[in-house]
Ligand binder design. Structure first.
Ligand code: G
Ligand code: G
Ligand code: MN
Ligand code: NA
Length: 262
């Protein structure tokens, strides 16, 4: 398979790049940060989405150096946005969300790598949010949660990605060192019709109310229309992400979007 042989050297050849998709505050529409989404510019196949190569990277172990590279690049980028905005005070720091694969969670270097990246870039831990999928934490024992706890204690936010697609016990949430729930796109899709299915509305309302009572912020993914955004705002969601605001794009576009709001 062509991808399998090309993957191990792709990092050294500089073939990966990162796109950023803005995270927008539903209350006032301001850009608060972005999610980093890695892509592979393959010499023959063109731009490949992470679904095509992340599973392969996990299988081969390349995910550890690749994930570290994504983290460092993304935090550097957040630092650059901040500097160009005239410092952290100018419009509030743009925060950066970075996805972690389950293999990175079990890798012993995670905490130290993260600390070193924050130190090298001079960024505060609270500018960083690490996204972990709900399925990666299902049945997680204390050993798996320990590095996440350490990071959370330092001030790094941990988000539960794709929330609502797994089978996690809601009561289990109290045990996890997470501060953000990212509601899966499927919930947003059911808001497509206006008014939306009343049962879906009740479910989202319930999740938001539970999340807020546990001091968790709620981010919604896959917002494609203004009607969805309005419905989700009314339901109490805090932050949104989706094509309605912007598709994932180059770092300068995020900077421009944030400046327009300022
Ligand atoms: O933007 P999109 O098609 O590109 O992303 C597809 C999936 O790939 C998403 O579920 C996202 O969480 C995942 N993904 C994107 N970037 C990274 C990354 O740097 N590391 C990991 N582990 N997953 C990523
Ligand atoms: O980490 P995660 O699985 O949540 O990554 C987000 C994925 O969803 C990426 O593949 C991204 O390109 C995609 N995406 C982002 N916004 C939208 C949207 O508004 N609609 C749809 N259908 N997909 C989106
Ligand atoms: Mn994500
Ligand atoms: Na997601």
């Amino acid at each position: 398979h062509g991808l399998t042989t090309a993957l191990p050297t792709a990092l050294d050849r500089g073939e990966f790049f990162i796109e950023y998709q803005p995270l927008v505050h539903l209350g006032d529409g301001s850009v608060r940060g972005a999610e980093a989404l890695v892509r592979w510019l393959h010499p023959q196949h063109g731009v490949l989405s992470p679904d095509r190569f992340i599973p392969l990277a996990e299988h081969t172990g390349l995910i550890v150096p690749l994930g570290r590279w994504v983290l460092e690049q993304s935090v550097r980028q957040a630092r650059e946005w901040r500097d160009r905005h005239g410092g952290a005070e100018a419009l509030g720091p743009l925060r950066i969300n970075v996805n972690l694969s389950p293999c990175q969670l079990t890798h012993p270097g995670l905490v130290q790598d993260t600390v070193e990246i924050l130190e090298r870039t001079g960024m505060e831990p609270d500018a960083l949010c690490l996204e972990v999928t709900e399925s990666a934490l299902i049945g997680a024992d204390d050993d798996l949660l320990k590095p996440l706890r350490r990071l959370a204690e330092m001030g790094v936010d941990i988000a539960l990605d794709d929330f609502g697609t797994g089978y996690s016990n809601l009561a289990n949430l109290r045990r996890l060192p997470v501060s953000v729930l990212k509601l899966d796109r499927s919930f947003t899709q059911s808001m497509q019709r206006f008014p939306a299915d009343p049962v879906d509305l009740k479910i989202v309302e319930g999740i938001v109310s539970l999340a807020h009572s546990l001091d968790l912020a709620v981010t919604v993914e896959g917002v494609e229309t203004g009607a969805q955004a309005e419905q989700l705002r009314i339901l109490g969601c805090d932050t949104a992400q989706g094509w309605y605001y912007a598709r994932p794009g180059p770092p300068d576009r995020l900077h421009d979007l944030a400046l327009v709001d300022a």
